[in-house]
Design a protein around this ligand. Structure first.
Ligand SMILES: [Zn+2]
Length: 542
């Protein structure tokens, strides 16, 4: 896809329109494009400027990770002196200087298996997914235990059992059934929700690739991820020539797949990756709570902060997560109930809204205060973009319906209160099934509408039953098929041919592909396990 910068997202919505449909809209589109292009340029100038960021704002998490011996990660010092600092106080705390990453591991591969570790996920009596089947591993990697089998992510009893860093520590009211306790049971849940050995292996390989391409300072970079990584030739200098420069977005994208698999700065085999990434996000956050980089980046970073706080219960993260949530509420356009690329701008769109709604819901799940009025206003905006009983959505109120925007809107609907039997939701899911993932024997090699797959997979997972059973196997196997298997790229996904691949590059395509493969345990499926969208007690939603 050769699309102009950020504004190209509107192509998602317009793709099915004819030229004749578009002609009357042309003047408005040209004006809109001019404005948006200006915003993106401004965004790129303002962002990716770590000097500014670190000089003007210091909100950091003093994690006291050991720097000399990575193995002593297991003894992370949690005796932080001030466990619940007032919001203002965090501004004066010194930044955590992350130590050097372990970059010497072979290209894209997991560290060598620990011979003493249990094989695969879950001891036999718990029936976890086994990752050691020599016939099933990726080529060249027979017998490698799944990451989920490593200490801290057991299939059953063992190290780091449920509750060790379960959701219950997420703060007051953080017992939402849509919470993240499932991530601590990755192996068991993956199996029961439809993952395969291969998909779990793909997730682990993807995380290893992301870890390898994280900047030692903790951030990821959309455009410079290859720099400073020995032997890295992952970046396609032609295709990725115009990838955006937005380290906040990149760091959100880089961090989320680790959190989704249950890794925190306190638990799991990627503590250092998570802790340095969190510190990077905290260092970017300004006094108003904005992690910067425009509203897409803000949404991504806020989801990560809320999840990290909710999963770990580490109160040192609370103020940052709460402030980011408040910023998103303030950034909503008060008249439309929408969000746009920059705070409070009018002319909102479903694509930006989707990330903000998920960020606000993440805040609720973490027990943070979320203004219910913001969620009500978002619902009203969705109403203005919906068609045919809310079953189809366009990019903006005047846009024709597309599957990608419908998927983003329906996921928001699910989290904003629509029940499983809502007629609009059901018809919408039928609409999504008209654009299924490539079938088992499809020759398709490019990721294509990855952005759509990311949202639709979550919608279908929530729906369960025939929707999930129809959607999941081809989606899962397509992503396994398209993952890079060789060289330094092994574990990543090629952005060439993926929607927004030109803008987001390999970090973007890899992150969204992993997150799509983590759908099994990233969130609890809303309707099947007693959850409904707005079940948070009213007093949580001030
Ligand atoms: Zn590389």
């Amino acid at each position: 896809m050769s699309a102009p910068k950020f504004v190209a997202l509107s192509d998602l919505a317009h793709r099915r329109l004819t030229v004749r449909d578009l002609l009357p809209l042309l003047p408005a589109m040209l004006i809109s494009f001019a404005f948006n292009f200006g915003f993106v340029v401004a965004l790129m100038l303002f962002n990716d400027n770590p000097t500014n960021a670190s000089a003007s704002k210091k909100v950091a998490l003093d994690l006291e990770l050991p720097t000399a011996d990575p193995k002593s990660d297991q003894e992370l010092d949690l005796k932080a002196p001030d466990l619940d600092p007032p919001m203002e106080a965090t501004a004066e705390r010194p930044g955590f200087e992350g130590g050097p990453m372990e970059l010497e591991r072979p290209a894209g591969l997991e560290p060598p298996p620990d011979a003493t570790a249990p094989s695969g996920v879950g001891p036999d009596k718990n029936g976890g997914i086994r990752g050691t089947d020599a016939d099933r591993g990726l080529p060249g990697m027979p017998g490698l235990p799944l990451e989920g089998g490593m200490p801290g992510f057991p299939g059953g009893e063992g190290a780091g059992p449920d509750g060790d860093f379960g959701f219950g520590r997420g703060g007051p009211g953080a017992k939402d059934n849509g919470g993240w306790g499932w991530r601590t049971k990755r192996g068991r849940v993956a199996q029961s929700e439809g993952a395969s050995n291969e998909s779990e292996q793909a997730v682990s390989l993807g995380l290893a690739w992301l870890a390898l391409h994280q900047n030692p300072a903790g951030n990821w970079s959309l455009d410079k991820y290859h720099r400073g990584v020995a032997g890295c030739r992952c970046k396609d200098l032609v295709f990725e020539a115009d990838v955006q420069s937005n380290d906040t977005a990149a760091t959100g994208l880089g961090l989320l797949p680790f959190l989704a698999a249950g890794h925190t700065h306190q638990n799991g085999s990627h503590k250092r990756v998570v802790s340095t990434a969190l510190n990077s996000l905290l260092s970017r956050q300004d006094a108003a709570g904005d992690p910067g980089g425009g509203m897409y980046a803000t949404g991504l970073a806020t989801i990560a902060l809320c999840e990290a706080y909710g999963m770990s219960g580490d109160k040192r993260l609370r103020a940052a997560a709460q402030n980011a949530v408040r910023f998103i509420v303030k950034a909503q356009n008060p008249r439309e109930g929408s969000w746009r690329y920059m705070p409070r701008y009018p002319d909102g769109d479903i694509s930006v809204l989707g990330w903000q709604v998920m960020a606000l819901r993440s805040g609720q799940m973490a027990g943070l205060e979320v203004d219910a009025k913001a969620l009500d206003a978002a619902t009203k905006y969705l109403d203005t973009c919906g068609m045919e009983g809310g079953s189809k959505y366009g990019y903006q109120p005047s846009s024709g319906p597309t599957q990608p925007m419908t998927a983003a809107a329906l996921l928001s609907r699910q989290y904003l209160g629509w029940g499983q039997r809502n007629p609009g939701l059901i018809r919408g899911c039928d609409f999504l099934l008209q654009q299924p993932p490539p079938a088992k024997n499809s020759p398709v090699q490019k990721l294509g509408p990855l952005y759509y797959y990311y949202y639709a997979s979550q919608v279908m997972h929530n729906m369960g039953d025939k929707y999930w059973e129809t959607w999941n196997p081809p989606m899962r196997d397509f992503l396994i098929r398209t993952q890079e298997k060789d060289g330094h790229k092994a574990g990543s996904w090629d952005p060439d041919g993926a929607d927004w691949g030109k803008e987001g590059g390999r970090i973007y395509s890899t992150s969204l592909a992993i997150l799509t493969l983590e759908v099994y345990y990233r969130y609890l499926p809303l309707y099947r396990r007693g959850g409904t969208a707005r079940e948070a007690p009213p007093n949580e939603m001030k």
